[in-house]
Design a protein around this ligand. Structure first.
Ligand SMILES: *Cc1c(COP(=O)(O)O)cnc(C)c1O
Length: 457
C-alpha cells in the first residue's frame, strides 16, 4: 500500500506564527490557562476544534460568488434544500446559523420540565439546550464506550437495553424524542453502527417515540460503517448515509463539521406540525425560512460541501490522517481513546497523568502543557466541560477525563501532524512534572468557554 495522500493541491496559503517558549508562558498566564482565551494568532497548530475550521474548496468559493442574496425564495436556498433533502430524505429542511440554533428551536418546542431526552452521549451544546428548556439530558452510551483503551468497532453506540429501561421507568409520554449522535463526539468521536441505529429505532417505534440524529459527522460515521460493518463495503457513502437517515424522523446538523463550511447548520424533519412551529420560531430567532441565520452564499457553500464530503478519496484521507496521529502516539505508549475516532484523537488524561486527581482537572493541565511546549491548542473534554456540583457544592466528575486533538478538515498536512505527534510525545515523556489546576472563576452553564484557572503548586 502506498501512502494515502491529501486528495487536493493547495491554491491559497495562510502563514502561521511562531512564538517562543517564554512568550507562550506569558500568553497562557494572561489567558488564565484557558485555551479559549488565547488569540488564534498566538497558536501554531490549532486543534481546538474541527468546527467551522475547514478549508473550503475552489468550487465552494465559486459558489460563494454565485450566492443569491434574495431575502425570500433565494435560488441558493433551493440548491441547499435539494442537497440536504437528497442526502437525508427529510421533508422539511430548515436552515439555521449553526447546529446549536437548530437544537435551541427543537428543544424549545419539545423539551421542558418533566421531559427526558436520551442520547448515546449529548454534545455540550445539545445538553445545554435540553437543560435550558427544563428537560433532563440522559446519556446512554454502551459500556464499551466508557473504556478508553478497549478496541471495538462501534464504541459510539447507544445502549438499547438501557434505553428500554429508561422508557419503562420514565414513561414514553415524557420522552418527546431520542437522539443519536453520529459520530459520538463527546464519547471520543466513535462511530455508531447501522445495526444500532436500526435497533434503537425498532424499540422507539414500539413506544411512538421519534428518533433524531445529531448528524454533524454523518459522512465520517457512514465511512466507518462502510469499512467496519459487514454488508456495507460495496455501498457508496451517500447511500449508507441515506439509510442512516431513513431510520430517523429528523436531524440537527452543524454544517461546520461535515458540510465543510465555516458557518451554518440546519434542522430537518418529517413532522408537519412540528416543522411549522419550528419555522415560526426560526423567524423570531434566526430569520426567514429560506435563509435561517445564513447568507445566500453560505447556503451555496453548504450545498457544495455536502456533495464533496461523501467523496471516498476525501474520507479515506480524512479518516487515515486521524488514525495516523493515533498510531504515532500509541506506538510510544501515549494513552489514547482506541480506536481513533473520525475527527480527533483523544488523550486519556487519567492514564496520562494518574498523579493528578479528577478534581484538579488533569485534562486542562495537559492542554496547557501542549500549548506551552509546542504552541498546540487542544481542548479538555472532562471535568471542566461536564463537571457538575452536588447539593453540597462537591464536584461530580464525568466518567472520562479526555484531551481532544481535533483535526480541522483539509487544513493541515502530514508534516504538521508529525510535529503534533512529536510535541505530545515530549509532553508525555515529562508528564510527571505536570501539575493540576484549580478554577478561580466560572459561569453557570458551558463554563469551559470562559472559566479562569490557576496552576496548583
Ligand atoms: C458542533 C456540534 C454541535 C453544535 O453545533 P454548533 O454549530 O457548534 O452550534 C452539536 N452536536 C455535535 C455532536 C457537535 O459536534
Amino acid at each position: 500500500m502506498k501512502t494515502i495522500i491529501e486528495p487536493f493541491k493547495i491554491k491559497s496559503v495562510e502563514p502561521i506564527r511562531f512564538t517562543s517558549l517564554e512568550e507562550r508562558e506569558e500568553i497562557l498566564k494572561k489567558a488564565f490557562y484557558n485555551p479559549f482565551m488565547i488569540r488564534a494568532d498566538d497558536v501554531l497548530i490549532d486543534l481546538l476544534t474541527d468546527s467551522g475550521t475547514a478549508a473550503m474548496s475552489a468550487r465552494q468559493w465559486a459558489g460563494m460568488m454565485d450566492g443569491d442574496e434574495a431575502y425570500a425564495g433565494s435560488r441558493s436556498f433551493f440548491r441547499f434544500e435539494e442537497a440536504v433533502r437528497s442526502l437525508t430524505g427529510f421533508k422539511h429542511i430548515i436552515p439555521t446559523h449553526q447546529g446549536r440554533a437548530a437544537e435551541k428551536i427543537l428543544f424549545s418546542l419539545v423539551g421542558g420540565r418533566g421531559k427526558y431526552i436520551p442520547n448515546n452521549t449529548h454534545f455540550d451544546t445539545t445538553r445545554a439546550n435540553v437543560e435550558f428548556s427544563g428537560a433532563e439530558a440522559v446519556d446512554l452510551p454502551i459500556v464499551e464506550g466508557r473504556q478508553p483503551s478497549l478496541l471495538a468497532p462501534f464504541k459510539g453506540n447507544i445502549d438499547v437495553a438501557e434505553l428500554k429501561s429508561l422508557i419503562e421507568r420514565i414513561g414514553p409520554q415524557n420522552i418527546p424524542l431520542c437522539m443519536i449522535t453520529i459520530t459520538n463526539n463527546s464519547g471520543g468521536g466513535q462511530p455508531v453502527s447501522m445495526a444500532n441505529i436500526r435497533e434503537a429505532k425498532g424499540l422507539l417505534r414500539q413506544y411512538g417515540i421519534p428518533l433524531y440524529l445529531d448528524a454533524c459527522r454523518f459522512a465520517e460515521n457512514a465511512f466507518f460503517i462502510k469499512t467496519r460493518e459487514p454488508g456495507y463495503a460495496e455501498r457508496s457513502v451517500a447511500s449508507i448515509a441515506k439509510e442512516m437517515f431513513s431510520y430517523a424522523d429528523g436531524c440537527t446538523m452543524s454544517a461546520k463539521k461535515d458540510a465543510l463550511v465555516n458557518m451554518g447548520g440546519f434542522l430537518a424533519l418529517n413532522d408537519d406540525a412540528l416543522a411549522s412551529q419550528a419555522r415560526n420560531l426560526l423567524i423570531v430567532t434566526e430569520g426567514f425560512t429560506t435563509y435561517g441565520g445564513l447568507a445566500g452564499r453560505d447556503l451555496e457553500a453548504i450545498a457544495q460541501g455536502l456533495e464533496e464530503v461523501v467523496d471516498e478519496h476525501y474520507l479515506t484521507y480524512r479518516i487515515r490522517s486521524v488514525e495516523y496521529l493515533g498510531e504515532k502516539l500509541a506506538a510510544v505508549g501515549v494513552p489514547i481513546v482506541q480506536p481513533p475516532g473520525g475527527h480527533a484523537i483523544y488523550l486519556d488524561a487519567k492514564q496520562f497523568c494518574p498523579h493528578i486527581l479528577p478534581a484538579q482537572y488533569p485534562g486542562q493541565a495537559i492542554v496547557c502543557e501542549l500549548y506551552r511546549v509546542g504552541g498546540i491548542r487542544s481542548v479538555e473534554i472532562g471535568g471542566v466541560m461536564f463537571g457538575k456540583y452536588d447539593q453540597n457544592g462537591k464536584l461530580v466528575s464525568p466518567p472520562m477525563e479526555l484531551v481532544r486533538l481535533a483535526i480541522p478538515r483539509r487544513v493541515y498536512t502530514q508534516s504538521h501532524i508529525d510535529y503534533v505527534a512529536e510535541v505530545v510525545q515530549e509532553v508525555f515523556a515529562e508528564r510527571n512534572k505536570i501539575k493540576g489546576v484549580r478554577i478561580i472563576e466560572e459561569a453557570a452553564v458551558l463554563r469551559h468557554f470562559t472559566a479562569k484557572f490557576q496552576p496548583l503548586g
